[in-house]
Design a protein around this ligand. Sequence first.
Ligand SMILES: CC(C)(COP(=O)(O)OP(=O)(O)OC[C@H]1O[C@@H](n2cnc3c(N)ncnc32)[C@H](O)[C@@H]1OP(=O)(O)O)[C@@H](O)C(=O)NCCC(=O)NCCS
Length: 172
Amino acid sequence: MPSSPTPQPQIRLARRADLPAIVDLFNATIPGRTATAQLEPFTVEERVPWFEASTPHERPLWVAEDPAGEVVAWVGLSDFYIRAAYKPTAQVSIYLRDDQRGAGLGGRLLDHVIAEAPKAGVHALIGLVFAHNAPSLRLFESRGFERWGHMPRVANMDGVWRDLVHVGRHVS
Ligand SMILES: CC(C)(COP(=O)(O)OP(=O)(O)OC[C@H]1O[C@@H](n2cnc3c(N)ncnc32)[C@H](O)[C@@H]1OP(=O)(O)O)[C@@H](O)C(=O)NCCC(=O)NCCS
């Protein structure tokens, strides 16, 4: 008898109750020094202003919830730069739990963002990715992002200088 396909995590807008899981997923990547320039874990309280700025109509934040109801990934838009003329440009952040990587979920989340971003008034998406974050660069490039900038030796993590790549694409 053919086996039924494994249910995939469902993508939905984030709720305030998801914030602890969202922060945990982010904090889990900090020690690897690959995904973020944040050096110490955030508390949930510290991320409340960011969460509240993640308004569905302008800077949406989504989670992927597995069939057991657990948040296993998130993706969101935030201001790329605070000046008003940059409003139509948003930065994409994407974080998957480590056991969810390499299974297509990052691509599904990015496809979702690309489809939904114009409804939030977004014209261009930017990813700020360390040059040594090969999976992230591959993921963005697989979804049509191009390298729009390269900033050499701009982050210092534990005495190691790291380059930052700006990847971008237009969505409308
Ligand atoms: C980056 C991330 C979102 C990618 O999502 P994913 O669904 O796991 O993506 P995949 O594992 O399928 O990898 C994407 C691509 O990178 C490739 N890849 C994976 N690991 C790699 C490695 N170590 N070196 C080179 N390429 C690698 C994959 O083969 C795939 O390329 P392909 O589609 O051409 O086969 C996910 O790994 C993650 O959450 N990482 C931690 C947080 C992070 O780095 N976020 C991005 C911050 S900018």
